[in-house]
Design a binder for this molecule. Structure first.
Ligand SMILES: *Cc1c(COP(=O)(O)O)cnc(C)c1O
Length: 427
């Protein structure tokens, strides 16, 4: 009998999980405990010395979180994962293993606003210097690389404008520079795009959005692609030099193609401490079981809503890569052929006032600052998240006075469109 490779939907339900060995529980239990009893003194010593895998303390690892890590790693086609308290924590922890004070990394300008803040402010305090590049001007990535560059960071589908990044082209720049490519795959999820197939070395997720999918928990994930050579040229000392606190072992030598995930756990998470609650891991596991069903519905609804808006007399423009004629449509066909995600922006001919009236009059849509919920969500960035910026800065950030962002849910398409129709009539 030949061994079958399970398909994506099967992995979404089963990867990493087994009936509980002591109770037979079929759903993964919530191991709501801080710590785990050692067999004896030798067992404790081997766990602390990284000579044996096992549970010590939930800041460093937990059996519920371990199922989630294995599941997301399987869906992405990576070697191992590390679940943490938020998408932002995942970014801090991953960079902590790559950067020394004074080092640089190149990042796409087209990122989630929170990541732009994190890189411009918190990261600078660690001495990690971001150099911005423009995904619409690919040579800008090459020009941004210097001898101090330690990584390149992009989003597959960028939040919020529906920008599709040419992952393969940027990964070629990373190869030539000898640095890993990190891809934030939050908006696409592995159902729509698996960045490791296009040369990514590390995948980052905010589980908070479509992977969890129900708007009920904050969490993040780092997935190791297992492809990068951390020892070449000694540029990544946390992976390629002996660790005094672990009996002098070299993580890359000992753990091979999942050394990065281990480093993020035993060096970053151990010391920075942003651990994921096992209760949240349970909610994420439950959400991920239906990821393929939800994501397809999100995309199908978004495509219909975007096409409907594009023909509405009060709408000036729609930026959705799923629409033929969109500037990213060809990249979307290559990288996200099943659908271009469910988050996009459009512009109102009536400008700022029309935006305020629209968000005030929707009834099915929720007016809030999140994406990737089962529910349809709406925000007018100029009057909320980007309020403090000048008009020129708003336009530069893709949050001009006329811009509205939608995250299309999985409700009936006719109800979603009817709500927009009645609210637009009042705008
Ligand atoms: C929300 C988001 C993040 C940050 O994730 P949190 O879980 O809120 O910390 C990072 N990247 C993208 C693309 C996001 O949408």
């Amino acid at each position: 009998m030949t061994e079958r490779t399970p398909g994506f939907a099967t992995l979404a339900v089963h990867a990493g999980a087994q009936p509980d060995p002591t109770t037979g529980a079929r759903a993964t239990p919530i191991y709501q405990t801080t710590s785990f009893v050692f067999d004896d003194v030798d067992h404790a010593a081997s766990l602390f010395g990284l000579q044996a895998f096992g549970n010590i303390y939930t800041r460093i690892g937990n059996p519920t979180n371990a199922v989630l890590e294995e599941r997301v790693a399987a869906l992405e086609g990576g070697t191992a994962g590390l679940a943490v308290a938020s998408g932002h924590a995942a970014q801090v922890l991953a960079f902590h293993c790559l950067m020394q004070p004074g080092d640089e990394f190149v990042a796409s300008r087209k990122l989630y606003g929170g990541s732009i803040n994190q890189f411009n402010h918190a990261f600078k305090n660690f001495g990690w210097n971001v150099v911005w590049a423009d995904p619409d001007d690919l040579p800008s990535f090459e020009r941004a690389v210097t001898p101090k560059t330690k990584a390149i960071f992009i989003e597959s589908i960028a939040n919020p404008g529906g920008v599709i990044t040419d992952i393969e082209a940027v990964s070629a720049v990373a190869r030539r520079a000898g640095v890993p490519l990190l891809v934030d795959n939050t908006l696409a999820t592995p159902y729509l795009c698996q960045p490791f197939n296009y040369g990514a070395d590390i995948v980052i997720h905010s589980l908070t959005k479509f992977l969890g999918g129900h708007g009920n928990s904050i969490g993040g994930m780092i997935v190791d692609g297992g492809t990068f050579n951390w020892s070449r040229e000694g540029r990544y000392p946390m992976l390629s030099e002996p660790r005094p606190e672990y009996n002098g072992i070299v993580l890359h030598e000992t753990f091979g193609n999942f050394a990065f995930a281990i480093a993020c756990r035993v060096l970053s998470l151990r010391d920075i401490g942003s651990a994921l609650s096992p209760f949240n891991a349970f909610l994420f596991l439950t959400g991920i079981e239906t990821l393929p069903l939800r994501m397809q519905r999100h995309c199908d609804n978004a495509n219909l809503v975007a096409a409907w808006l594009a023909n509405h007399p009060k709408v000036a423009w729609v930026s959705y890569p799923g629409l033929p004629g969109d500037r990213y449509h060809n990249l979307a066909k290559k990288y996200v052929p099943k659908g271009a995600g469910a988050v996009f922006t459009f512009g109102l001919k009536g400008g700022y006032d029309a935006g305020v009236k629209l968000v005030s009059n929707v009834t099915l849509f929720s007016h809030l600052a999140n994406i990737g919920d089962t529910r349809s969500l709406i925000i007018h960035p100029a009057s909320t998240t980007h309020r403090q910026l000048s008009d020129a800065q708003k336009v530069q950030a893709g949050a001009g006075p006329d811009v509205v962002r939608l995250s299309i849910g999985i409700e009936d398409k006719d109800d979603i469109i009817a709500d927009l129709e009645q609210a637009l009539a009042k705008a």
